[in-house]
Write a protein that binds this ligand. Sequence first.
Ligand code: RB5
Length: 151
Amino acid sequence: NNKNNTIIIGSDHAGFHLKNIIKKYLTDLGINVEDAGAHTEESVDYSDFGISVASMVASGKFERGILICGTGLGMSMAANRFSNVRAALCNGIFSAEMSRRHNNSNILVMGSRVTGEGVALEIVKHWLETPFDGGRHQMRIEKFNNMGKCI
Ligand code: RB5
């Protein structure tokens, strides 16, 4: 079972419902999904799940991940602490596409209290289908991708 064909997905309680909808959407497309939790709607800390998913993308265990909390803000803050993680908070299709084309985003973040289910699935679809443009964008990524501790 090649983990790099599998998308790791995580949420807190606020993102739990949208996570399930996205899981079904991906599974129906034949894409393998690994669910890092949360597994119920009981209140939990988004930080725990953001760290868990981002660390598995940072280590290369999974190539791509999806994170959902209420706004997407907490998840993206936590995930972007990790070297080699480029987590993109996307509220629309344009951002999702550009996060792939220009930023080679490897974690898609969404806010379940911000983005409706229909738009969220379109965002996922475009994020999955859009390749990285490379070229000058690769050089720009390399300037921050693996900075380690700055302060
Ligand atoms: C949970 O109430 C909420 O704070 C969380 O889902 C997220 O929006 C944090 O950024």
